[in-house]
Design a protein around this ligand. Sequence first.
Ligand code: SF4
Ligand code: SF4
Length: 292
Amino acid sequence: MIVTVASGKGGTGKTTVTASLATIWQSKLLTVDLDVEEPNLHLFLHPEIETTSTAEMEIPVLDLSKCSLCGKCAELCQFKAITMMGKFLMTFPDMCHGCGGCLAICPDGALSPGRRELGEIIRGRAGKADFIMGRIRIGEAMTPPLMNIIKDEVAATIRENPMDVLIDAPPGVSCPAVTSVIDSDVIVLVTDSTPFGFHDFVLAWEAFSPFGKPMGVVINRAGLGASEIYRFCADKSLPVLAEIPYDRAIAEAYSKGQVITTVSENLRELFVTLKQQIENLAAGAGQEADHA
Ligand code: SF4
Ligand code: SF4
């Protein structure tokens, strides 16, 4: 089962929910921080780091001495990463998406494969769970290529050694967030019960619901007053999987880099029940698929 914990905005408590879930997960688990621009799951899980490697993608390198300036590569590139400017051909490696089209189309062999560093991939162990996170290179404009490399590693890991996967997604609803949720079996949307939280929660639901994945909601700081969330969930048949109370002890634990499950036995139980609810969601989706 691949579970992605997502949110419409930062600051909802998505990462603390992910980390807290990881601590009560009894079956084999791979925890993944896909928020490569601002990874912070490790601050709560304190993994033992085992390896760090550099992630790269393929980009074209131009040999002007072979180029006939035919312009075919520039015509093909939808991202303007290779462009004719008058009689000059220019490449912009940071804008390249690595599709390889220009390399394939060049009639003169003037383009050869080069590499662009995307960032680093860090692996280790967090308690009983495997742990993997990415960190984007400073100045790198695109996060999905690095995220996709991590996702390929996750897929290879669970093919070899089947286990559950728990992903901490980047916040928001843009490409990186969609890249995170697209292969999930279950999406857990974390929101807080404030007007801002509700606004961005609706955006997240609009962005992710077209994928048809089972989705449930965790309401953090419940009781702060935005009752629209409950009405919206009822209207869209979105199950509320858990409500985390607005509690000073939770904020104190957060400020010390501790997970919510350490605050009290009741909160630990809340996450045990949340995990059960997630499994029920996944099982329900499986049964629907069997009957289809
Ligand atoms: S590899 Fe694709 S994206 Fe990159 S420059 Fe060539 S055509 Fe453009
Ligand atoms: S396709 Fe090859 S030969 Fe033509 S402009 Fe591009 S690099 Fe030069």
